[in-house]
Design a protein around this ligand. Structure first.
Ligand code: AMP
Length: 210
């Protein structure tokens, strides 16, 4: 099954993708994680992406589409995948169609902006494997250390309050139109992301299986 997780930054796409990919044994593909890795490694894509990410803007479509195309061509994505953070614009969604990628379901995790801005200050990410944490809602077992890989867990530079507001504005302007795009194709299912991680996982799995 090929799925897209759609939602505002901080809605819980990454957290739910981690849960669902274990349950269904398919990879979660996060363009944000891949871009952060590219920035860290100083690759050409990373250099092209950094200034946009720092401002809370979207990285140009051609950069992200190239990265995504290479990733979904890999062997582990043959039996399905979850896209977390892609597509983020209508041209990206059209690029997926042009690549011949079939999308079975689009799960929108819906959280109002007020709740997002409150959540973001506690959000943390693993520098090594990209796993997501939250100091209140999903703490690591050992403070500052990733449960999965043991690397350092840090706050993302783009989770500062000013950048979060810019990212939310970008989401409403450029990404939210994808709801209509996939609704018109009968693929969109919306779940509430407001009732805690476990309840959101239950709703998400029910939406996938239903
Ligand atoms: P995320 O981890 O999904 O919140 O992504 C972090 C940042 O990476 C975003 O604010 C964008 O600057 C960039 N990014 C991630 N995915 C995409 C995408 N599909 N298109 C454009 N920019 C992206």
């Amino acid at each position: 099954m090929n799925m897209i997780f759609l939602g505002a930054p901080g809605a819980g796409k990454g957290t739910q993708a981690e849960v669902v990919c274990k349950e269904l044994n398919i990879p979660a593909i996060s363009t944000g994680n891949m871009l952060r890795e590219a920035v860290k490694n100083g690759t050409a894509a990373g250099l092209a992406a950094k200034e946009y990410m720092d401002r809370g803007d979207l990285v140009p479509d051609e950069v992200v589409i190239g990265i995504l195309k290479d990733r979904i061509a890999m062997d582990d994505a043959k039996n399905g995948f979850i896209l977390d953070g892609f597509p983020r614009t209508v041209p990206q969604a059209e690029a997926l169609e042009k690549m011949g990628v079939r999308i079975d379901k689009v799960i929108e995790i819906d959280v109002p902006d007020e709740a997002i801005t409150k959540r973001m200050s506690g959000r943390r990410v693993c520098e090594g494997c990209g796993n997501s944490y939250h100091i209140e809602f999903k703490p690591t077992k050992v403070e500052g250390v990733c449960d999965a890989c043991g690397a350092k867990v840090v706050q993302r530079a783009d989770d500062k309050p000013e950048t979060v507001l810019a990212r939310l504005a970008t989401y409403h302007e450029k990404t939210a139109p994808l709801k209509d795009f996939y609704q018109s194709k009968g693929k969109l299912v919306t779940v509430s992301g407001q009732n805690g991680i476990e309840e959101t996982s239950r709703l998400t799995l029910a939406a996938i299986k239903g």
